[in-house]
Write a protein that binds this ligand. Structure first.
Ligand code: AP5
Ligand code: MG
Length: 215
């Protein structure tokens, strides 16, 4: 059986979370999202969460050592032994190097390509479930019942703190400066798969799945 060690690369709002969740379900591998883990720590008010919150709310990246530590621990868990899909990690060169030092060789890095204008539009309309993390969009993907999560029934969908216009701008800046260079890094490693993130989410999923067929 193929062991899938995958990673989602792309700007904020590219649809990494939306697609990683679907791919994880299809392949029966854990979805490892550093953004979700950090938000959970912030919600619980742990030391890690408090430290991360100030960076996240401003749209800045959390320091490398903090994120590398949580990913290392997560990948040591039993369910990750047969593969995983990383979402939002690595997003700096030192993080990519740390992952390689952990002995992780990625089989595919899926680079979801969308323009900055599309990112601004998507994040401006995103609604998130504070209970289970499900993601909606005011226009493109509203919940079936207004303000109620389709997945867990929680009432009260929220706008993420970092989906304010100033924070979106800051996140895009950070993406271009620190994360986009990883496209070339993984291209050189021979594992990069480019997929357009524009269009119906189902067609994006199918494009990703077809890229994974030859693994
Ligand atoms: P993280 O949670 O990873 O945020 P991000 O990378 O900015 O990405 P998003 O979650 O905003 O977008 P996404 O690509 O997952 O898109 P989504 O599927 O939601 O990180 C948050 C923060 O945590 C960072 O800023 C940083 O502070 C910290 N952090 C995390 N990891 C870190 C790391 N490794 N190092 C340092 N710091 C770290 O979709 C977006 C919207 O678009 C939704 O509304 C969705 O419904 C809609 N949508 C999705 N697909 C489509 C489509 N095809 N067409 C139309 N709309 C669509
Ligand atoms: Mg996400």
């Amino acid at each position: 059986m193929t062991q899938y060690r995958l990673m989602m690369l792309g700007p904020p709002g590219a649809g990494k979370g939306t697609q990683a969740k679907r791919i994880a379900e299809r392949l029966d591998i854990p979805h490892v999202s550093t953004g979700d883990m950090l938000r959970e720590a912030r919600r619980k008010g742990t030391e890690l969460g408090k430290k991360a919150a100030e960076f996240m709310n401003a749209g800045d990246l959390v320091p490398d050592d903090v994120v590398i530590g949580i990913v290392r621990e997560r990948l040591e868990e039993e369910d990750a032994a047969g593969g995983f899909i990383l979402d939002g990690f690595p997003r700096t060169r030192p993080q990519a190097e740390a992952l390689a030092e952990m002995g992780v060789e990625l089989d595919a890095v899926i680079n979801i390509d969308v323009s900055d204008d599309e990112v601004i539009n998507r994040l401006g309309g995103r609604l998130s479930c504070p209970s289970c993390g499900a993601v909606y969009h005011e226009e493109a993907k509203p919940p079936s019942k207004d303000n109620i999560c389709d997945e867990c029934g929680h009432e009260g969908l929220i706008t993420r703190d970092d989906d304010r216009p100033e924070a979106i701008k800051q996140r895009l800046k950070g993406y271009h400066k620190q994360t986009a260079p990883l496209i070339e890094f993984y291209e050189k490693e021979g594992v990069l798969k480019n997929v357009s993130g524009v269009g119906d989410p189902n067609s994006v999923t199918e494009a990703i799945v077809s890229e994974l067929e030859d693994l």
